[in-house]
Design a binder for this molecule. Structure first.
Ligand code: C5P
Length: 305
């Protein structure tokens, strides 16, 4: 079989949760959410080629990332292939691929790097195999792989509900720049939710869009930051007090509000311009507990999804 195929390259962005409200634990062990998520201009790169053998191949420039069948990229590819076969697609039309992953999004950081990689794998293979499945159909597979994948079908700005898999686009926020503070602390998600439960947190009534949400989109960074909440900060800082201390120190140094993304450990603050963001990063120079980067907030996606 001869396949006309140039390598496809995708920029898979990191997300931040600008606003994250979490409800009580559900019977299935997950928590219902209300979150406003946006992408940032921090990207992993996925390069896909036809595989040379009848199996998936994954390589990564970060040697501490497993590249076997446990990696979400391979799990996503295998799940889509399986679903397509079940739908009656001839397996010969679903050739295996080799994926080269260039990792720039830190892991265990609450930035959704693995989810972004997996969501882009689904979108890439949907094209490569000419399945042309609509996003809702891809989403059924995405939701089996993790709560954060679905957002990436609707980037750069969207609200996520359910356990994260119900996504509706939102306008992008007005601030153009984000300072990402990347502590040298890894924060696995399940213990943070467990601590959330232990602290008795989570109220159903918080799981609604803020009444004035539409007006949030036109607020400056200084106006928007005080409205943003992350209900996972309390359990994350309870588990890792050093992260809470770091957040306080950065807030004091910058004299502005700093929030955590997802279940941590990354922190962020918003700024109206890149110049202001660079000024903020310069103020943080010399602190060895973290690295800080300036990236665009909610950059336009590489191509419509
Ligand atoms: O879906 P994902 O793999 O991101 O979830 C990781 C863990 O985070 C889950 O096993 C669960 O403990 C917790 N979680 C949750 N409620 C959510 C999302 C995640 O309790 N909405």
């Amino acid at each position: 079989m001869w396949i006309h195929f140039d390598a496809m390259e995708y920029l898979a962005p990191a997300k931040i949760n600008l606003h994250l409200r979490v409800g009580p634990r559900r019977d299935d062990g997950f928590h219902s959410l209300y979150s406003w998520m946006v992408t940032t201009g921090l990207f992993d790169t996925l390069r896909l080629n036809p595989a040379e053998s009848a199996d998936w191949q994954l390589s990564c420039d970060r040697k501490d990332l497993p590249v076997d069948g446990t990696n979400l990229v391979i799990r996503a590819a295998a799940a889509l292939r399986q679903a397509a076969i079940q739908q009656g697609v001839d397996p010969a039309k679903l050739p295996f691929v080799s994926v080269q992953l260039r990792k720039r999004i830190p892991m265990g950081a609450g930035l959704g790097g693995g989810s972004s990689n997996a969501a882009f794998t689904l979108m890439a293979l949907n094209r490569f195999w000419d399945l042309n499945w609509p996003v809702d159909q891809l989403n059924l597979i995405a939701a089996t792989l993790g709560s954060d994948l679905s957002f990436f079908f609707h980037q750069p700005s969207a609200q996520c509900t359910g356990r994260g898999e119900h996504v509706a686009p939102l306008p992008s926020p007005k601030p153009r720049s984000v300072v990402l503070i990347l502590p040298k602390i890894s924060m696995p998600t399940p213990p943070v939710y467990k601590e959330f439960d232990r602290l008795g947190l989570g109220r159903e009534e918080d799981l609604v869009p803020p009444a004035d949400l539409a007006s949030w989109m036109s607020l400056s960074a200084e106006q928007l930051l005080p409205r943003l909440v992350n209900d996972l900060e309390a359990p994350a800082f309870s588990l890792k007090p050093e992260l809470g201390a770091l957040r306080s120190d950065v807030e004091q140094k910058l004299r502005r509000i700093v929030r955590m993304s997802g279940s941590g450990s990354s922190l962020f603050t918003l700024l109206d311009s890149r110049e202001q963001a660079i000024g903020a990063v310069n103020q943080l120079a010399g602190d060895s507990r973290f690295t800080a980067v300036v990236v665009p907030l909610a950059p336009q996606p590489q191509e419509p999804c």
